[in-house]
Design a protein around this ligand. Structure first.
Ligand SMILES: Cc1cc2nc3c(=O)[nH]c(=O)nc-3n(C[C@H](O)[C@H](O)[C@H](O)COP(=O)(O)OP(=O)(O)OC[C@H]3O[C@@H](n4cnc5c(N)ncnc54)[C@H](O)[C@@H]3O)c2cc1C
Length: 569
């Protein structure tokens, strides 16, 4: 599944000592023998983290999906490492988050050093009572392996490996794909094509679509080492450390005692020379000391770009992940934003495919995710400009900030070794129903919903565990047993609609009448984070974002908000 870096150990030899690469079965496609073109309601191209998330999400909604990938294993070598809280919440909704968190290394704190002095630190999740940490570190090949395992559990999801898409011809009603395999080529058509074929996106090129942005003239060396070390599980970043002067270094702990070390090299560096163990090992020894035992696990050199397509939907063809937008790794906004693309798109696509929403709902995928991509590009570009200043003057300013940051808090806020991935707030989204009532807090229409501990009649322990995959209404009453019959009927009645709304009664105690789910706000965090008063309610989108909220229940307003959130208004 695609590979980055140019490590000449690729090509089937055992690449890593800590991971056994799976070989996914190639099966001869039926179209090769039938000689007729197959037709599929939806095809996803690319089984990287984003394509797999897309296919799993659709299949979980009952949609049959064909997923094509030109490779037959997971990501080769060392790519993505950090997966943020919001992406983990999406992966939980897809039924594969727990294994990743168990295997990964959870962390919240990052420290930044200028030479040998700490000049900045951050905490990604300072609030208590959230299910998921601010970040886990997990090698991308593990992430993809768990996703493939999850995909294999879904009978309506067909994966075809060693299937390379070589041509795409879209029209108003469908897209026609030509696919190359070890047994020859065949043709399939599809009503909807989801393109997740990565940064180089052959399909984007086949369709003559542009992607614009900035190429950064710098090179970074990835050295993954296996070592037993007791450094705290934090992200450590150095500017101009004595062991790698005038450059930057990043240290991350991953699973299996693998540590990711990123060395800035500069644009003039020769990647082939830099990758040689005899050149890499002295760098690591200078950093860790001569006594530290370690084994080189993976070495590669990468460059990067910050760029995006003008729009992410083109008729029947929908671009997600790196095919649509790329950012520098500083901030870990790549796969994290791609997984949020599919979180945003798949419920919308399913409603359109079921004829319950117009195709214009897919324009809002591009509207919302282009907004998010611009936030990621801005943050990535700013971080990269601070980490790799392009002129002597900007380097002088950068170092002045770092020097001041040691002593003055105002300067610390300017230190930027990467603003880590956080979800976007779609507060300007056309799908939102604006507030008519006053609320405190940040759970505004368009916001990704905050988590909180709960006790529930159906076993959920976290609010976000009870939310997702359909429209839901949270209705707050202190004592669920005291819910009056008329309100209970109105709440239950919301499920009786072309786009049903499931009602969840949030309470401090009691049990709601049969047919309604009760969520006990066990630590009062829902009341606190959503500023709930008796009768207040929140309408949640299938992607766990707030669509609307009110201080009281009005069925007509809820229906109108659902219509607005699905472009049926
Ligand atoms: C050094 C480095 C560090 C990174 N760190 C992070 C991080 O910490 N956190 C983070 O979130 N992101 C990180 N990223 C970014 C992350 O790796 C990417 O954003 C992510 O892989 C994008 O996923 P994708 O599924 O869109 O594309 P890809 O992972 O590139 O997958 C695309 C798939 O499509 C397949 N394909 C391509 N062409 C065809 C075709 N014609 N037919 C069929 N299949 C095809 C490819 O083989 C591949 O399997 C990092 C990237 C790098 C390089």
């Amino acid at each position: 599944m695609g590979c980055t870096g140019t490590n000449d150990e690729i090509g089937g030899d055992k690449v890593l000592s800590t991971f056994n690469y799976p070989k996914f079965e190639y099966r001869r496609p039926p179209e090769i023998d039938s000689g007729t073109d197959g037709h599929y309601p939806v095809i996803v191209v690319g089984a990287g983290p984003v394509g797999l998330s897309a296919a799993i999400d659709l299949a979980m909604q009952g949609q049959s999906v064909l997923l094509l990938d030109n490779d037959d294993t997971v990501s080769i070598g060392s790519r993505g490492v950090c997966y943020a809280k919001r992406a983990l919440e999406v992966l939980d909704r897809l039924g594969c988050g727990e294994e990743m968190v168990q295997k990964g290394v959870s962390w919240n704190v990052g420290r930044t050093f200028f030479r040998e002095e700490e000049v900045f630190s951050f905490n990604l999740c300072p609030e208590p009572d959230h299910h998921r940490p601010g970040m886990i570190n997990l090698q991308q090949y593990y992430l993809e392996d768990y996703l493939v395992k999850r995909a294999k559990q879904l009978p309506n999801l067909e994966m075809r490996f060693k299937n390379t898409v070589i041509a795409v011809t879209p029209d108003r009603e469908k897209a026609t794909l030509r696919v190359e395999t070890p047994d020859g080529a065949y043709t399939v058509t599809t009503d909807w094509l989801v393109v997740a074929d990565g940064a180089r996106s052959p399909i984007r090129t086949m369709m003559g679509l542009d992607i614009e942005g900035k190429i950064f003239m710098d090179r970074f060396l990835i050295a993954d080492v296996v070592m037993k070390a007791e450094y705290p599980t934090e992200r450590w970043f150095w500017f101009d450390p004595p062991f790698h002067p005038n450059q930057s270094v990043l240290l991350h702990r991953q699973a299996d005692n693998v540590w990711r070390i990123d060395f800035q090299l500069g644009w003039q560096a020769d990647p082939e020379e830099e990758k040689k163990p005899e050149n890499v090992i002295p760098r690591i020894k200078a950093m860790l000391g001569d006594d530290r035992e370690f084994d080189l696990e993976w070495v590669s050199v990468y460059t990067f770009q910050c760029r995006r397509m003008n729009r992410f939907n083109h008729g029947r063809v929908l671009f997600v992940g790196d095919a649509a937008h790329q950012v520098s790794p500083f901030g870990a906004r790549g796969a994290n934003s791609g997984i949020q693309d599919t979180d945003n798109l798949m419920w919308k696509l399913k409603l359109v495919m079921d004829g319950k929403a117009p195709a214009s709902l897919l324009d809002t995928y591009s509207e919302e995710r282009v907004f998010a991509a611009d936030e990621n590009l801005m943050n990535s570009t700013r971080s990269t400009d601070f980490i790799t200043p392009k002129s002597a003057v900007s380097k002088t300013f950068r170092n002045a900030v770092l020097g001041l940051a040691e002593h003055y808090p105002f300067a610390r806020a300017l230190v930027n070794s990467g603003r880590l991935s956080v979800p976007s707030f779609f507060s300007e989204s056309s799908l939102n129903t604006a507030d008519a009532d006053t609320f405190a807090g940040v759970m505004v229409p368009g916001a990704p919903m905050d988590d909180a501990p709960v006790e529930s009649s159906d076993g959920h322990k976290w609010l976000l565990g009870a939310l997702g995959n359909r429209f839901q209404l949270l209705y707050y009453v202190p004592d669920a047993s005291a819910l009056d019959a008329a309100t209970a009927r109105a709440l239950a009645g919301l499920a009786d609609a072309p786009i049903p709304v499931e009602s969840l009664v949030v309470a401090e105690r009691g049990t709601a009448p049969a047919g309604l789910v009760t969520l006990i706000d066990s630590k009062g965090r829902i009341r606190e984070r959503y500023d709930l008063t008796p009768g207040a309610c929140y309408l949640a989108r299938p992607d766990q974002h707030v669509a609307a909220r009110w201080r009281g229940l009005d069925v007509a307003s809820v229906r109108a908000a659902v219509a607005r959130a699905t472009c049926n208004a």
